[in-house]
Write a protein that binds this ligand. Structure first.
Ligand SMILES: O=C(O)CCC(=O)C(=O)O
Length: 266
C-alpha cells in the first residue's frame, strides 16, 4: 500500500515514539459512539465465559480503579466499534510502523473527577522498537481515539518522548506522574488520535476537572507476536468469534487474521 505519511510525521514518530493526528473523527461521530458507550458502561455483564476459565479472566467491565470504568473487547459489545479497526486515516501508519499489523486488543477508559494516576508502564521492551535500513518498526502500536477533549487536567495520556529508545532504567514506582523526568501530557481535542509505540513509557494523568474523559484504545502487534500467550486472562476480549468477524470488510478481516488460527471456545 502506498504510504501517505509525511516526512514530518515519520520524523516525530522516530523522535518521540508517538504522534497525534487531528480530526480523525468528527465531533458527531464521537457523540454517536459515546451514546452507545455510555449505555454499555452502565450495564452489568454476566461474563459466563469466566466459569470456563475458573474465574481467572478479566471481566468485560472493570471498575476497580476509583472514578474510572474500563470496558474490554469493544467489537464484541457493539458493531459501532468495527469502523475504528484500521480506520482509513490510521491504516497507512499501521502498515508503515508495524509488520503485518494485527489487532490484538480493544478497550475504553472513561474517567471522572479524582481519577488517580496508576503507574508508568510500557507494553513492550525498548528492544521491540527498531529503526533499521530506513524502516521504523514497533512490535506493538497503540492507537487512541479521543472521544472527548483531553486537556492537561482531564486525565489525559502522559508520555515520555523518546523513552521508546531509552537506555537507562529508572524505578517507575518511585516516580509517579510529573515526578518522572520528561513527563509530557498528550493533549488534544475530541476526534484526535494518538498513536504510539508501546515501547514508550506512558500512563494517564489524574483527572481534576469536572465531566468525563473517554478514550478508545485499539492496540496492534507484529504478525508474529503471540497475543494469546501474552495475557491469558484477557484472551476472551482479544479474540472475536466468527459472528463478529463476519461483519468485517476485507481490510478488517486481514487486520484480525490471527483469529483464524487460534482455539478459543469461551
Ligand atoms: O488514558 C489513560 O488513562 C491511560 C491508559 C493507559 O495507559 C493504558 O490503558 O495502558
Amino acid at each position: 500500500m502506498p504510504t501517505t505519511i509525511s516526512d514530518e510525521h515519520k520524523f516525530l514518530f522516530d523522535l518521540q515514539g508517538y504522534i497525534r493526528l487531528e480530526g480523525v473523527l468528527t465531533v458527531a461521530e464521537c457523540d454517536e459512539i459515546l451514546a452507545v458507550l455510555r449505555r454499555l458502561e452502565d450495564r452489568e455483564y454476566e461474563d459466563v465465559w469466566m466459569e470456563s476459565v475458573e474465574g481467572t479472566g478479566r471481566p468485560t467491565r472493570e471498575v476497580a480503579k476509583e472514578n474510572q470504568v474500563r470496558l474490554n473487547g469493544l467489537p464484541r459489545l457493539d458493531p459501532i466499534f468495527d469502523d475504528l479497526i484500521g480506520h482509513e486515516r490510521v491504516l497507512p501508519y499501521l502498515e508503515e510502523f508495524v509488520e503485518g499489523p494485527q489487532l490484538i486488543n480493544t478497550w475504553s477508559i472513561s474517567k471522572w473527577k479524582d481519577a488517580a494516576f496508576s503507574g508508568w508502564h510500557r507494553g513492550v521492551p525498548v528492544t521491540d522498537h527498531t529503526h533499521r535500513n530506513g524502516l521504523i518498526r514497533t512490535r506493538m502500536l497503540n492507537t487512541v481515539y479521543f472521544l472527548t477533549d483531553n486537556g492537561p487536567e482531564d486525565g489525559c495520556v502522559v508520555a515520555i518522548p523518546g523513552s521508546h529508545k531509552s537506555n537507562v532504567d529508572l524505578d517507575l514506582k518511585t516516580h509517579p506522574a510529573y515526578e518522572m523526568p520528561g513527563a509530557t501530557p498528550v493533549v488534544g481535542k475530541a476526534g484526535d488520535l494518538l498513536l504510539f509505540s508501546e515501547a514508550t513509557l506512558h500512563d494517564g494523568l489524574p483527572k481534576t476537572t469536572k465531566g468525563i474523559r473517554t478514550n478508545l484504545y485499539y492496540n496492534y502487534v507484529h504478525a508474529h507476536y503471540n497475543g494469546m500467550m501474552r495475557e491469558p486472562r484477557n484472551c476472551h476480549h482479544f479474540y472475536f468469534p466468527p459472528d463478529v468477524r463476519s461483519r468485517f470488510d476485507e481490510t478488517r478481516q486481514r487486520l484480525t487474521n490471527w483469529m483464524e488460527y487460534v482455539k478459543w471456545d469461551y
